[in-house]
Each structure stands twice: as C-alpha cells, then as structure tokens.
Design a protein around this ligand. Structure first.
Ligand code: CTP
Ligand code: CA
Length: 224
C-alpha cells in the first residue's frame, strides 16, 4: 500500500536493482554461494516502485515472492547476473547493486555429478566479472550505488571500492551485527563516498535504509 506521504520523486526514472546471492555450480547438484536473503534489494525495489520509478529487479535465488509492479528477472550465476544487469542498465538512470556476487566460479563446471573420491579434493576457481566496476567504466549520467560487507577497516576499504568501481556511494554493512545484514529485517549501514567522507546511519529497517539510499541517489543526480 502506497503511503500517502511517499513523494513520487522517482516518476519516470528507470531503476535497476540487483539482489540476493549467486550460485556457482561445481556440477549439477553442488554450488558455492552465500547467505544473502535478498531482503535489502527487494526493499530498494519496492521503495523505488512506490516513488514512481520503473523498476527492474535482477535477483539470485531467494525465498521472497515477486513484488507486484516490478519487473523481476531471476538468475542463478554471476555470469547470468552480469548479462541481465548490463542489459537492463542500458537505459536506466540508477543502478543499485545489493547482490552478493560470488567472486569466483568453478573454472570447469562438470555436466555430470562428480562422485566422491577418497581423500582431499582441490577445486580450481576463476574470478567472476565485477559488474559494478564494468558499469562504472561506462557510466554516462547514471547514478551507481554499491554495497559492501567488511569485517575491518570498513570505511577505508569501502571508499577505495567506490573509487575503483566509479560508484557514487557505497553502503557499508557489517556481517557480525545481530539482526542486520545477512537475513535480518534491519540494517546498520555507513554511507561511504569515494572521497572518503562517510555518514553513520542508526539501526533502521531495510525499507528505511532503502528510503535514505534513494534520497541520496536523488541528491547525487541533482548535482549532475
Ligand atoms: N560486485 C559486483 N560484481 C562482483 C563483485 C561485487 O558488482 N563480481 C558489487 C557488489 O554487488 C557490491 C560491490 O560490488 O555492490 C562491492 O562488493 P564487495 O564484495 O564488497 O567488493 P569486491 O570488489 O568483491 O571486494 P572483496 O575482495 O572485499 O570481496
Ligand atoms: Ca566480493
């Protein structure tokens, strides 16, 4: 239900949001992944929709239902995520990468289930493309927002990431705070800009974090 106080300030804007984990298959029945629930990205997509945006939500496997009024693209692997995001971002004004993209995939994905062997096994991994960096390399007028999870030196590392990927800002969150980040309904984030300036936000619902994220994106867009 649309809150009557919600401003339609994103009307006509095309927004792409990525959400959830990726799965990097070793064989048809095994994959490498992470605990991302998709809640943060879905909250951004729903908030943007309620503010009048045309939203494409590209999501990895999560248990959340498709939000009404949002174009949802379901993918599994980082390579599929890349293709879907790059395609959708072509005519978008804002891209928000909340997806927890696996950094590596199996160098060879076996078409047949691998039987176990006696003793240790070694898996050869190869790097996945960095989607946010790729978008940053051909940025145009788009506003680009990333997320980062860090256990230490968060602000410093997030600012370097924002610089390296040409993102307008990154929301830094922490994997160790109860009820936040992976799977939680709340989040505690620090907004970090490429110039190293940052703002610590209080603990908020993911929907409220989404609201503030979009406020900041609108502000950045206004400076272009
Ligand atoms: N990201 C991406 N493509 C990747 C990896 C990350 O688009 N292959 C995006 C994430 O969606 C996030 C941002 O980049 O918005 C930062 O992700 P993070 O994992 O913190 O950055 P990395 O560059 O992968 O660095 P790290 O070595 O800390 O994992
Ligand atoms: Ca990473």
């Amino acid at each position: 239900p649309l809150d009557p106080s919600t401003p339609p300030d994103l009307r006509g804007l095309r927004v792409v949001v990525s959400a959830g984990p990726t799965r990097e298959y070793l064989d048809p029945v095994r994959f490498i992944s992470n605990p991302s629930s998709g809640k943060m990205g879905f909250a951004v997509a729903e908030e943007a929709r309620d503010r009048g945006a045309e939203v494409v939500l590209v999501t990895g496997p999560v248990s959340l239902p498709n939000p009404p009024g949002v174009q949802v693209v379901r993918i599994e692997t980082a390579l599929e995520l890349r293709d879907a995001v790059v395609e959708a971002a072509r005519d978008a004004e804002l891209v928000v990468m909340t997806a927890a993209v696996a950094d590596y995939r199996a160098a060879e994905r076996s078409e047949e289930k691998q039987a176990k062997v006696a003793g240790d096994v070694t898996i050869h991994l190869t790097p996945n493309p960095d989607i946010l960096a790729e978008l940053g390399g051909q940025k145009g007028n788009r506003v680009l927002v990333g997320f980062a999870m860090e256990t230490h030196a968060g602000v410093e590392r997030a600012a370097l990431k924002a610089q390296r990927k040409n993102a307008d800002f990154i929301l830094l969150n922490y994997p160790t705070r109860e009820g936040t980040a992976f799977g939680g309904d709340d989040n505690e984030v620090t907004l970090v800009r490429p110039d190293g300036t940052s703002e610590e936000w209080p603990r908020l619902s993911k929907r409220e974090v989404a609201r503030r994220l979009l406020d900041e994106a609108v502000r950045v867009r206004g400076t272009r």
